[in-house]
Design a protein around this ligand. Structure first.
Ligand SMILES: *[C@@H]1O[C@H](CO)[C@@H](O)[C@H](O)[C@H]1NC(C)=O
Ligand SMILES: *[C@@H]1O[C@H](CO)[C@@H](O)[C@H](O)[C@H]1NC(C)=O
Ligand SMILES: *[C@@H]1O[C@H](CO)[C@@H](O)[C@H](O)[C@H]1NC(C)=O
Ligand SMILES: *[C@@H]1O[C@H](CO)[C@@H](O)[C@H](O)[C@H]1NC(C)=O
Ligand SMILES: *[C@@H]1O[C@H](CO)[C@@H](O)[C@H](O)[C@H]1NC(C)=O
Ligand SMILES: *[C@@H]1O[C@H](CO)[C@@H](O)[C@H](O)[C@H]1NC(C)=O
Ligand SMILES: *[C@@H]1O[C@H](CO)[C@@H](O)[C@H](O)[C@H]1NC(C)=O
Ligand SMILES: *[C@@H]1O[C@H](CO)[C@@H](O)[C@H](O)[C@H]1NC(C)=O
Length: 906
């Protein structure tokens, strides 16, 4: 009981007793027939002697398993022999320890084990013996990863000692990487690497998201010098012998021990179960105690530990003899258990318990027992998470092909994106909660790349930015690059490319979805006309070309001038029919004096914007207006001002703030808008005035839906379409009926602006917290950037939180929401000021929509049309919800619904 007091504070799981597997039936005869008759299959075994010269192989002296060289499993590291002073003849030192592979060059170095069955369970084992192979006499410490998940810390404590790391895990893909990671405490190396297929029914605790790392596996009562392995154990687990005549009496049988067919099939080999230990026969206590140091320095103990104990009765019990005992592991007593004659069974803890640095297993005979307890074998594991997943498989195979083609070294090893801290140099990846990371940008600028542009770049479908500038790339630009759906930046500057630019790329560049850079490629044809012959022509030909060119240019020039004149004349009164929707001028121009009158000498300030101060005012007919006067310090120049004025006067929609007029009078610039008496959405959500009544969910949905309609109009109904560029809650204004109108088009710019070949803008305009990643990253802008910003607005509407949350750490609202939603509880993130008064389905739908809008990949985001439709649907859900009293009341106050909700349940 003394142990108890120290465990008081441990979790319940720590005290959970071992689960007893009941003997359900006697083993089917077939289970054991295999053993001893013919060796079980070694199909699927991979056994690598690391550092063995290429093309060499041999057979393990005891298991007869063939062992191969590691060439072909890794392209990193160097073969080394251990120092002569550590070499011993077999069998004192088995051959696999004579050489190692060491990895001095990079932080992470990996082996790839191929030809696996995806989703199947495997045992992986790595062995390490230093043997002063590098002559430095320095014992290294480094980390071992199973794919992208931490497995084991290899802490070499003696040069001649061998360390074994083993993990049982479900492998998701058709190959798995084992990676050695340099943690700054010496060069990683490895002696042997094994992989063994397991049946999926074995070790139920190992599943898709967690694996079992071996701490100890012992065969009790075995007095041999070597572990029992293959072929006795068909899975080639190594059962280390443990016997100590000072503590225990060894017992054994020559009879085969069958395995109970219980729910947990462990397939402990008969050879292991045929030996056991029991109490010394002079001992009165009838207790067997095992206690050992677990050396947990190697493992991550976060997820706890699992013990599996194996029992079988090996003696024929005479008459009324009884062997019955309780097994006490970590303090918890268990049901009395009687092992069955020659039938193996196992006890294990169903939930992992705390990992202890000293582990005690005590078996105590019950009062009715005439015989002392026995134990035949045990295994002890620490649980690791295997929940991290590797990069999208298509991305992986494409980037690996690219790596091979350009012989990329750097740290291009292991998974390209995961774990985050090991992302390959030059790569950027996107990470989502459920799903694999994707490669979103590649920067191989100045990387000395030779040869043509790999068509594998075309397989990286998530890529947004590709920088291949300043290399020695030759050949033509592959057409597949034009098919990359999310590509917004392609930089080919400073190469030796030739041929012409694929029309698909040119088109994207022209309609502004792609920034294309191709300067300093002397042989590249920029367009058909300027295509230069690659070889020098003789002078006379050049003269001819020049003359012809001049004539052609002159003729074209004359035609153009003529055309412009014709068009100008026609334009006098009419516009091209396509644009008429958005471009009719009916605004009013004010003088500065008029503005003074309207605003009563700029008396009441409504707010402050990037453009200038906004004043309250009244027109002569009594209409209330807001006058936005340019401040002297404003960075916005006159051209931008006029752009805004012209743009806004051309656009009319019930959900866009309309312009009453403008003023350009000497040095004064001003815009006169309709007045929005309820201010902006930001103030409404996080009001300066805390006594403000909170908006209801229905009001919020209406505002969101109306704003979405306004933006949709900008994107879809105008020709050319417009990107707002600065969608945010403070730019959504509310009138006295709480109807929303989107304001501030000052930053808006036409998509197909004639003097703008692509939509890359000179500098970031917009507001921190709302900028779409591609815009912040590459100054790329399109309608989907507005969708992103709108998604942020929607998150604010739902959560009431600001875009940047600053508590213990600074976190963006998108991350914050995704983080908190991973638990599946939406109430956690919904603005508490709504008092829980909302339709949960509609809320989820809105939340899903907000998350879709804020996807990293612009292609994954919906259009504003989709958004408006979905929000309309949310509104319908909210209106139809009959179960909540006042939900249909647009203006119900929070007092109405809050009180009864606060009552305790009766
Ligand atoms: C196998 O072990 C025996 C001694 O146990 C040794 O004589 C023999 O050389 C070993 N075989 C190989 C191939 O190393
Ligand atoms: C290791 O030793 C073997 C012979 O024992 C030799 O053939 C091989 O070249 C050595 N390798 C290195 C890297 O020194
Ligand atoms: C390695 O093991 C030694 C003890 O054997 C310990 O003192 C040391 O802290 C360990 N190093 C690391 C990095 O865990
Ligand atoms: C794996 O097992 C753990 C513990 O039993 C459980 O929490 C987890 O959900 C399981 N994972 C899968 C993918 O079944
Ligand atoms: C005790 O064990 C020894 C062997 O260890 C054996 O010779 C002896 O018969 C045993 N005594 C009893 C009473 O079982
Ligand atoms: C385990 O046993 C050792 C001695 O055998 C004892 O000192 C230690 O307190 C025990 N630990 C637990 C957790 O019971
Ligand atoms: C011990 O034996 C007595 C009588 O034989 C029986 O009543 C009791 O249930 C037994 N206890 C256990 C734990 O089996
Ligand atoms: C790529 O890297 C170079 C230098 O490391 C840098 O100058 C360039 O801006 C990067 N390209 C992109 C698209 O970020």
């Amino acid at each position: 009981m003394c142990a108890r007091s120290r465990m008081d504070r441990r979790s319940m799981a720590a005290r959970s007793p071992l689960t007893l597997l009941l003997s359900l039936a006697v083993a089917a005869a077939g289970v054991l027939q295999v053993r001893g008759q013919r060796a079980p299959s070694i199909e699927g075994f991979i056994t690598i002697d690391c550092g063995l010269p290429e093309h060499s192989s041999y057979v393990n002296n005891r298991t007869k398993i063939p062992i191969t060289s590691d060439a072909g499993f890794t392209d990193a590291g160097y073969n080394r022999n251990i120092s002569a002073e550590y070499v011993r003849p077999q069998p004192q030192l088995s051959k696999n320890y004579l050489n190692v592979r060491s990895f001095p060059d990079s932080v992470r170095s990996c082996y790839t084990l191929p030809s696996l069955v995806p989703g199947s369970k495997y045992l992986l084992r790595a062995l390490f013996m230093y043997g002063n192979y590098d002559g430095l006499d320095k014992l290294p410490v480094f980390d071992l990863y199973l794919g992208v998940n931490f497995w084991w810390r290899v802490n070499i404590s003696r040069a001649e000692g061998s360390i074994l790391a083993e993990v049982i895990a479900v492998i998701p893909d058709d190959s798995v990487q084992v990676c050695l990671v340099n943690i700054g405490l010496g060069t990683p190396f490895i002696s042997e690497l094994d992989l063994r297929p397991l049946e999926n029914t074995l070790y139920r605790q190992a599943n898709a998201t967690q694996g079992l790392v071996l701490i100890d596996r012992r065969n009790m009562g075995d007095t041999g010098n070597y572990p029992i392995r293959y072929p006795e154990d068909p899975y080639d687990r190594a059962w280390l012998p443990w016997s100590n005549p000072k503590f225990w009496l060894d017992i054994s049988t020559k009879e085969k021990v069958q395995e109970n067919i219980g729910s947990l099939r462990l397939h402990a080999p008969s050879a292991v179960l045929q030996t056991a230990v029991t109490a010394l026969n002079d001992s009165e206590s009838k207790t067997v105690k095992l206690s050992w140091k677990t050396e947990l320095d190697h493992v991550d103990r976060m997820l706890g530990c699992v013990a599996i104990l194996y029992f079988a009765e090996l003696q024929i019990l005479a008459g009324n003899a009884v062997r019955e005992f309780n097994t006490i592991v970590d303090g918890g007593p268990n049901h009395p258990y009687r092992p069955e004659y020659l039938v193996g069974d196992a006890l294990y803890n169903g939930n992992p318990h705390e990992c202890l640095s000293r582990y005690n297993i005590t078996m105590v005979a019950t009062a009715n027992s005439t015989l002392p307890p026995t134990i035949n074998a045990f295994e002890y594991f620490s649980v690791i998470s295997t929940a991290n997943v590797g990069t999208d498989l298509r991305d992986v195979s494409a980037i690996n092909a690219i790596k091979v083609k350009y012989q990329m070294k750097r740290n291009w090893m292991g998974d390209p994106c995961a774990p985050k801290s090991f992302v390959w140099d030059g790569l950027t990846c996107s990470y989502v909660l459920s799903g694999r990371p994707r490669i979103t940008s590649i920067n191989m600028s100045s990387g000395g790349l030779k040869g043509d542009i790999s068509s594998y770049f075309g397989d990286l479908k998530g890529i947004q930015s590709l920088d291949l500038s300043y290399n020695k790339l030759t050949g033509s630009i592959p057409n597949v690059l034009a098919q990359l759906p999310s590509l917004v930046l392609l930089d080919l500057t400073g190469n030796q490319l030739n041929g012409s630019i694929p029309s698909g790329l040119l088109k994207k560049s022209q309609d502004g979805t792609l920034t294309l850079r191709y300067n300093k490629n002397p042989n590249l044809c920029i367009n058909k006309n300027s295509c230069q012959p690659t070889k020098r022509e003789n002078n006379s030909k050049i003269v001819v070309y020049i003359i012809v060119s001049i004539v052609v240019v002159a003729v074209i020039g004359a035609l153009v001038v003529l055309l412009i004149l014709i068009v100008r004349k026609k334009k006098g009164s009419t516009k091209s029919s396509k644009r008429q929707d958005c471009q009719h001028l009916d605004n009013h121009r004010f003088t500065y004096n008029e503005l003074e009158t309207i605003t009563d000498n700029f008396k009441i300030v409504l707010g402050q914007g990037g453009f200038g101060t906004v004043y309250d005012g009244f027109l002569q007919d009594g209409t209330q207006v807001a006058v936005k006067l340019r401040s002297q310090s404003s960075s916005q120049d006159v051209r931008e001002f006029l752009t805004e004025a012209q743009t806004i006067t051309q656009i009319h929609h019930k959900n866009l703030v309309s312009l009453v007029g403008y003023c350009k009078d000497g040095i004064y610039l001003a815009l006169v808008y309709e007045h929005m008496s309820e201010g902006n959405l930001e103030d409404k959500l996080r009001g300066r005035n805390h006594s403000d009544v909170s908006l209801t969910w229905r009001q919020r949905l209406c505002i969101a839906q109306q704003s979405a309609q306004g933006l949709e109009y900008l994107h879809k109904s105008c020709s050319p379409p417009f990107v707002h560029r600065d969608v945010k809650t403070s730019n959504i204004l509310l009138n006295k009926n709480l109807e929303a109108k989107v304001a501030d088009f000052g930053l808006m710019k036409a998509f197909n602006n004639d003097d703008d070949t692509h939509i890359s803008t000179a500098r970031v305009i917009g507001t921190r917290g709302y900028l779409a990643p591609e815009y912040a990253l590459a100054l790329q802008l399109n309608e989907k950037s507005d969708v992103y910003s709108f998604g942020v607005v929607l998150l604010e509407v739902i959560t009431g939180q600001p875009t940047i949350l600053e508590s213990t750490e600074v976190i963006h609202i998108v991350q914050w929401a995704r983080l908190h939603l991973s638990g599946g509880n939406i109430e956690e993130v919904v603005d508490a000021r709504m008092q829980g008064d909302f339709n949960v389905n509609g809320m989820w739908k809105a939340m899903d929509l907000a998350l879709k809008c804020t996807e990293h990949d612009p292609a994954q985001r919906p259009t504003m049309t989709d958004v408006a439709v979905q929000l309309q649907y949310c509104l319908e859900l909210e209106s139809k919800d009959q179960t909540r009293g006042n939900a249909n009341n647009n203006f119900h106050m929070m007092e109405d619904s809050s009180r009864d909700r606060d009552l305790p349940m009766m």
